[in-house]
Design a binder for this molecule. Structure first.
Ligand code: B12
Length: 249
């Protein structure tokens, strides 16, 4: 089927351009995903007034970039960094290359989506699950077979209906005793499920504790103050962990 060949070509090209993983999901499926209903009732950021889906958006191309535990700088956040984090900057660059290539090769118009849902972004974990990149683990993060949860996501809307990538049959948490659940400094999993109200104080502390770093570490000319967000529930996950290989699942 021509469609399948095109989907494969797109995913292969995303990896050639630098993505660690890529997948395709149908916008119709994403519209039905759980986060939308929940977020409508209790949005995390101010300024959310529901989602407006562009009429032309038919397919979501989801990109993942590995964020190894020994490359923490990929995740450091500052207004001075284009894309806000070095990792997101790389994902934005891959997105731009894909946009140009999709138009030239297949006449597909691709829209690179902003990170915040308030500014037209999508719920990236839901999209990535539907695009077959991973599943939602006990730590409330997308767990991929290749990198565990140690990835960051970005997405593009495509104006063409494409064959979605199959959802994964993968359940690493089933045989895991859940070190992620006890790693949290704020006990955000004490109820068994992730509680944003408990995670929040740690995030606030991270935002307040700015750390001055040399510009070359985060890919800019001069030094800047960065926010280093907690990754305890992410780094505790034994799926393809670089911390303790004896526990690898
Ligand atoms: C707002 C936000 C936050 C807020 C609020 C988080 C929250 N969960 O409410 C704060 C600042 C607290 C936060 C914390 C973190 N975040 Co955050 N965050 C976001 C953001 C911008 C939106 C997430 C959101 O509001 N979701 C809506 C709420 C209602 O849903 P949820 O709690 O996320 O869980 C939903 C899914 O799991 C889904 N789901 C569950 N089961 C199933 C099954 C199916 C079939 C489907 C389709 C979906 C699904 O439904 C759940 C709701 O019930 C996304 C980026 C984006 N645009 O998506 C990043 C994002 C989710 N965060 C990310 C990360 C890494 C973190 C942190 C580790 C901090 C850090 N170092 O960056 C912690 C981890 C907290 C945790 N364990 O969940 C990554 C996750 C990567 C991954 N591997 O999953 C994302 C995708 C950003 C990125 N750059 O890639 N985050």
């Amino acid at each position: 089927m021509v469609q399948n060949r095109i989907s494969k070509d797109i995913l292969q090209r995303a990896v050639e351009f630098g993505a660690s993983l890529a997948g395709l999901a149908a916008v119709l499926d994403l519209k039905k995903s759980p986060s939308y209903g929940i977020y409508d009732k209790s949005p995390y950021y101010d300024g959310y007034s529901g989602v407006e889906w562009p009429e032309k958006a038919k397919t979501v191309l989801v990109l993942a970039l590995e964020h190894r535990s020994d490359e923490p700088e990929l995740d450091w956040w500052s207004e001075a960094i284009p894309g806000r984090t070095p990792g997101n900057r790389i994902l934005m660059k891959i997105s731009r290359k894909l946009q140009r290539w999709l138009k030239e090769k297949y006449d597909i118009n691709a829209e690179s989506l902003p990170y915040p849902v308030e500014k037209g972004g999508i719920f990236l974990k839901d999209a990535a699950l539907l695009a077959g990149l991973g599943i939602i683990g006990k730590n409330n993060l997308l767990i991929t077979p290749e990198y565990g949860p140690r990835i960051r996501l970005r997405a593009l809307f495509l104006d063409k209906v494409m064959e979605p990538t199959s959802v994964l049959n993968f359940s690493p948490c089933a045989k895991c005793d859940g070190p992620c659940l006890t790693a949290c400094p704020e006990n955000a999993f004490s109820s068994g499920n992730y509680m944003v109200s408990s995670c929040e104080p740690e995030m606030q502390r991270n935002r307040a504790n700015l750390v001055e770093v040399a510009g070359d570490v985060v890919g800019i000319d001069s030094s800047c103050a960065v926010e280093k967000f907690c990754r305890a529930c992410e780094l505790a996950c034994p799926v393809h962990s670089q911390i303790d290989n004896s526990q690898k699942i």
